[in-house]
Design a protein. Sequence first.
Length: 339
Amino acid sequence: MGSSNKKKKEKKKDFQKAKLKVGKAKAKAANFTDTSFKAKSISVNQQAILSEGIDAVDQFKQNLSLAVTSKSDNQRRDALAYLTNQISATPPNNPVGTSAILTKLLPLISDTSATVRTKLLALFRALPPAEVQPNVEKILMYVRGGMAHMSNIIRTDALSIMEWLLEVAGDEVVSCPGGWLKTLNSFTSMLGWNPSLVSALSNQGWTSSSKPTLDARKRGSEAQVKQIQVLTQFLVAGFKPETPERHNPRAYWDNIYRLPGTPSPFAHLNLFGTPRDEDSEMYPDRPLRQRVFDAKWRGAIAAGVEGAKKEGGNVGRAAASLNRVLNDGTGDGILLPAR
């Protein structure tokens, strides 16, 4: 009798406990994760392309897209390395063409990662020079943007791109629209030799020096040496004597009836483009470039060279090489005298 009453009491307690739990949620575990939300997109920190089952053309395009859009420095670097290997292969694999590659990758000239910029230069060097030459005007716009960057390292790497461009398409660099005066303006602004910039800063209470860098003195000196050396290469390309063509008795009739063999042969006339200012004009031949250089930049650059020569060391030696180019126009004495 006593045991039965005890069982009844236990059942009653269990019933009351169950009654109290009605309408209450079960306690959540300590490692509970709420998965009830809905997301429009999912961002994965590390991504990888599986080459199995992917067409070579699609894989090339995917790496080209990753080189520009990936948030990971390592992934952009690896994508550029893949593209370089494909372009350098025998035979080369470039399904999109040099112009499309340049259009996509030129913004990386000012990339924040040094390894990405190094891989970008290696890729550019793998491109066929003949296919780079028609795109010089577009390339120069991004190179000048890199030369005006606040980071001294990015400016220096942009000068490395300029060196490559002068090697593969020097004539096009100095003769394309804006290639001569705009690029000279970028060089002199980097070096602090731009008279209009100096006067504007002075009017606003700022000062300017020949080494506009925020880095350590040694690094600033190395950067200035690089700037002077590349400026020298640029002026050598602009003042280079033009090679006379061999006599061709059919040249007169060829000029009249044969189709031009170069892209945009009448671009210098600017028949259908927007009106250009003096800095954006084309200076296709050497005497024109010498004349406008003498009128606008010779005095300012010569003064900057004299100041750099007084510093001595690597800066002084680089300035002495530049001074030789200024004095004789690469050796033939055609350069107009300073006024």
